[in-house]
Structures are given as structure tokens and as C-alpha cells.
Design a protein around this ligand. Structure first.
Ligand code: FAD
Ligand code: 2HG
Ligand code: ZN
Length: 492
């Protein structure tokens, strides 16, 4: 546990007094003490589901400071939770007990940008939206977008290998991250900050850290291949009356607008209703399809607005004529573009306002993807916990939405509280369902604390063993983000 003498030593490493926040009593006057509640925004996760009890938050300003902090903690057996924007949804970004929180938010500079190649190198603590705004000045964009863009950091995005809304266009970060600078658990700085697109010299070490969820080091620097920011964007939302129709709409969409397709997202009626209740935008532009079973959002991004708009309108016509969709609306201006995207992007926020949300982020074969929602509703109803949408069961709502084009659905089960009865009705039920269909229990959000014990549902024992070996090599004292990710409890 952290003692005042540790605080003084860590304080001396940091160049700025305000880079250390602590609620530990008994420190000298060089240390600025805060109350425990002032550390809540670092100790409690975005959903209010996980709460740690750390008494120290460090916000270093440089890679060297991170390295010295980590070395000190290694030498003194102090556990660390690396933290970015704290928007993670699996309990990975907050401590379980009193681990030190190492938040890289003060490291937020652009280090270099090459306008010809589009390669940007920056600190890991830069907020995703700020990085995107910087690149926009050069007509480039980050090849990643998600509703948490105003708070999440590029380092956190890489640590979780975040997917988001445009994987269908740009692929995952595993392809667009070109290099990383990482402070390893013993304090050494691993400089793998390559800006080369091709580099087949040995193992691609940076891949180990992409999606490593703070378990084997702190990402401090990033180089990334930005994408050209094309000006012609449009979006359409369709209503459909069956899940099968979404699959047929996807085939047609790729045939008709495949070369300009930048998102193919979906949500169900229950998700839409919740979104409408909490909508920031009271002017409904999609009233007609309101009670449809499903909705699909298609976005195109290209370089010729008239051409792309015509193609999207033609797709809508094809989909309506072939009776695949029941209705559709095409954004006519920027305001409508934003409103249509809000229908999809604000579902997470709306679910959080409706109640406490049990989240499952799964990959399944496309044809089976929605069956996880149906099976969960049936299972909860049989247990008497769910009596239909908005009724008075313990579970108020079960919604399904997500990245159809990536085979990734988000199942959200909304209750009044994080009720243990609901929790044990859902787990391992959902994981077993996913394993039975050879899916993944963590498509894009990571394992964190929530899914660490359940890794075996999606990974074979040999794979898990190798992961433990890698963790042991890099973090032999198991000080980095303990109890999470590929954590294995010690034998009794
Ligand atoms: P944090 O939440 O702070 O941390 C997440 C994990 O990464 C933790 O394990 C932490 O230890 C580790 N970590 C953070 N920074 C570092 C670092 N510098 N070095 C090493 N480890 C680090 N996720 C998606 O994949 N797709 C989505 O579409 C999506 N949409 C979201 C929408 C909303 C409204 C919200 C609240 C979340 C959403 N998420 C989504 C989840 C979350 O935003 C992402 O996982 C995001 O990438 C986390 O970034 P962060 O900076 O907030 O990281
Ligand atoms: C999204 O796709 C995010 O909107 C969040 O990944 C999903 O809230 C969720 O379950
Ligand atoms: Zn998602």
C-alpha cells in the first residue's frame, strides 16, 4: 500500500506539483492533498459500475517522467493502473483496490505530421477528437471514430484496440497504428515508434500492446496512418421489419455503394425507443419508421457529393422497391446528417440514463448475431426477470445494436441497479451462448475486470497459457493493471 514516503518520492519525480493528486494524509507541504471524492472521476468508471479506492493519481508530462515513476513503483512493489479518458466499458480503467492511477492526459502534444504520407506521431494522452481536429486542418482524419471521441484518448483507444463506427472502411487499429512508444513495467522505454508502413524485421512487437489493456506497459507515444478527409459525406437511415432484411440490405448496399461505404450500423426497436426518450434532438426526422423492428444506418464518404448522393438515393430506391426496407430517409443537410447519426451514436448514453446497464460486446457469425438478444430475452423472461420492454420486471429493457458490417453486436440489459440476481442470470448464460456459436465474448471493448475470468469462452487453453507467459516476461511482478485482462489468480 502507498505510504507518505512513496508520495514524496513520486512527487520529486514530477516536474509539476499539480501532476500528483493524493488523499493520503500525513504528506508534507510540497504535496497538494485532495479529498477522496475529488478522486472519484479517476476511481469510478463511465457506467458507475466499477469503483476503486486509489488514493493517488499521477499525471506525468513526459515519457521520461512516466519511465521514472514506473521504475520507482517496480522497485517498491506498487501496482499501477494506466488510465486514459476513463471511457472504457469493462472495468479495465479503474483500480480494484488502491492501485496507483497513472493517467497520461497531460501528455497531449503532436510530435510530427507528414502531409505527404499522412503519418502523424503524437503523445498518447491526446483526446481522439482533438487529434482529429488537428488533422482536419490538413484534410486528414483519424481512421477511428466513436461516440466517446470527446473524452477518450488515442493511447486508450490503442490499448483497447477500439473498433468504433468505421472499421468497415478503415479496418482496425492493428493496421493503421505504425509505431508505439511504451514504458514497460520495469521502467524501460520501448521505442518502437516507427513511421514506416512496411517493416518485416522480426516480430511486430507493437501488436502486443495494441489491445493489451494496460497489462504490460504504458503507451506514451503513437504513430498512426491518418486517412484523407474526403468532403462528400452522406447518411441514410432505413427501417426494416426483420433481421433477415438487414442481411439482404447489407448485400445490396455493398453492391451499390461498396466503394464509398463508410458505415453500416444497426439498432433494434427497443434501442430506438430508449434513444428517442432521451434524445437531445426533439425534432424527429424519422417519424415514419418509428415502430419498425430494426433500423440501419448507412454512411457514404467520397469525393464527389452529387455522384455519391445520387448513388445513395438509388440504393434507397432499390431497397424500397425490392421491399427489403419499409421506409428510409436521406440526410438533406448537415443538421440532418448529425440528427440521423445521433439515432445510433447516442444509444449508449440513453441506455445509461434509463438505468444500470449490463453490457455484452460480442462477435458472432452474421446470420446469428441478433439471436443473442432474442435468446437473452427468452432466458430472462423464463426466470421471471423480464416482462417485456418498459414493464415492471427487474430488467426494464434488453436492446441490441452495433456494427453490423463488422459482425459485432452490443447487447445491453438495463435494470434499476446492478442486481446480483440479474448478473447471475446473464453470466455465464451469454458467454456460453457465444462460445456455442464460436463467437467472441469481447469484440471491441476488451476483457477488463468484467471478462478476465471468462477468457476461456473465446480462447483455447494453449492460447491463454501463451498469453500468461508473455505477461510474466514483461510484468514478472504482476504490478500492471492487476486482476484484469489475462490475470490468473495465484494458486491457493
Ligand atoms: P480508458 O477507459 O482510460 O482505459 C481503457 C483501458 O486501456 C484500460 O485497461 C486502461 O488501463 C488502458 N489504457 C488507457 N490508456 C492507456 C495507455 N496510455 N497505455 C496503456 N494502457 C492504457 N469502444 C469501441 O471499441 N467502439 C465504440 O464504438 C465505442 N463507443 C463508445 C461510446 C461511449 C459513449 C463510451 C462511453 C465508450 C465507448 N467505447 C467504444 C469504449 C471506450 O470508449 C473505448 O474502449 C476507448 O478506446 C477507451 O479509451 P480511453 O482513453 O477512455 O481509455
Ligand atoms: C457503440 O458501438 C459502443 O456504440 C458502445 O461500442 C456499445 O454501449 C455499448 O454497449
Ligand atoms: Zn461498438
Amino acid at each position: 500500500s502507498v505510504q507518505p514516503e512513496h508520495i514524496h518520492a513520486l512527487r520529486n519525480i514530477l516536474s509539476n506539483k499539480t501532476s500528483l493528486l493524493t488523499s493520503i494524509k500525513g504528506c508534507d507541504a510540497t504535496v497538494e492533498s485532495v479529498s477522496e471524492s475529488e478522486l472519484d472521476s479517476f476511481n469510478v468508471d463511465w457506467m458507475g459500475k466499477y469503483r476503486g479506492n486509489s488514493k493517488v493519481v499521477l499525471k506525468p508530462k513526459s515519457t521520461e517522467e512516466v519511465s521514472k515513476i514506473v521504475k520507482y513503483c517496480y522497485d517498491h512493489n506498487l501496482a499501477i493502473v494506466p488510465q486514459g479518458g476513463n471511457t472504457g466499458l469493462v472495468g479495465g480503467s479503474v483500480p480494484l483496490y488502491d492501485e496507483i492511477i497513472l493517467n497520461v492526459g497531460n501528455m497531449n502534444s503532436i510530435r510530427s505530421f507528414d502531409e505527404v504520407s499522412g503519418i502523424v506521431t503524437c503523445d498518447a494522452g491526446i483526446i481522439l477528437e482533438n487529434l482529429d481536429n488537428y488533422l482536419a486542418e490538413f484534410d486528414y482524419t483519424v481512421p477511428l471514430d466513436l461516440a466517446a471521441k470527446g473524452s477518450c484518448q488515442i493511447g486508450g483507444n490503442i490499448a483497447t484496440n477500439a473498433g468504433g463506427l468505421r472499421v468497415i472502411r478503415y479496418g482496425t487499429l492493428r493496421g493503421t497504428v505504425l509505431g508505439l512508444e511504451v514504458v514497460l513495467p520495469d521502467g524501460q522505454i520501448l521505442d518502437s515508434l516507427s513511421t514506416l508502413r512496411k517493416n518485416n524485421t522480426g516480430f511486430d512487437l507493437k501488436q502486443l500492446f495494441i489491445g493489451s489493456e494496460g497489462s504490460i506497459g504504458v503507451i506514451t507515444g503513437v504513430s498512426l496512418l491518418a486517412a484523407p478527409k474526403l468532403k462528400a459525406k452522406n447518411v441514410a437511415v432505413f427501417s426494416l421489419d426483420s433481421y433477415d432484411a438487414i442481411q439482404r440490405a447489407f448485400i445490396k448496399t455493398r453492391q451499390h455503394v461498396g466503394e464509398i461505404l463508410s458505415a453500416f450500423e444497426f439498432f433494434d426497436q427497443a434501442g430506438h425507443r430508449i434513444q428517442q426518450v432521451h434524445s437531445r434532438n426533439p425534432k424527429k426526422i424519422f417519424d415514419a419508421g418509428r415502430d419498425a423492428a430494426f433500423f440501419v444506418l448507412v454512411e457514404t464518404t467520397g469525393s464527389n457529393k452529387d455522384h455519391d448522393d445520387q448513388k445513395l438515393a438509388a440504393l434507397l430506391e432499390v431497397l424500397i422497391e425490392s421491399e427489403i426496407v419499409t421506409d428510409g430517409v436521406l440526410a438533406q443537410d448537415t443538421a440532418q446528417f448529425t440528427s440521423l447519426w445521433e439515432l445510433r451514436e447516442t444509444i449508449t448514453e440513453a441506455a445509461g440514463k434509463t438505468g444500470k446497464v449490463f453490457k455484452y460486446d460480442v462477435s458472432l457469425p452474421t446470420s446469428l448475431m441478433y439471436s443473442v438478444v432474442e435468446a437473452t430475452r427468452k432466458h430472462l423472461a423464463e426466470l421471471g426477470l423480464y416482462k417485456g420492454e418498459g414493464s415492471d420486471g427487474k430488467v426494464k429493457s434488453v436492446i441490441g445494436f452495433g456494427h453490423f458490417g463488422d459482425g459485432n453486436i452490443h447487447l445491453n440489459v438495463i435494470s434499476d441497479s446492478y442486481d446480483p440476481e440479474v448478473q447471475s442470470a446473464l453470466e455465464p448464460f451469454v458467454y456460453e451462448f457465444v462460445a456455442k456459436h464460436r463467437g467472441s465474448i469481447s469484440a471491441e471493448h476488451g476483457l477488463g475486470l468484467q471478462k478476465a475470468p471468462h477468457i476461456g469462452y473465446s480462447q483455447l487453453p494453449l492460447n491463454v497459457d501463451l498469453m500468461h507467459q508473455i505477461k510474466s516476461i514483461l510484468d514478472p511482478k504482476k504490478l500492471f493493471n492487476p486482476y484484469k485482462f489475462v490475470y490468473r489468480p495465484p494458486l491457493e
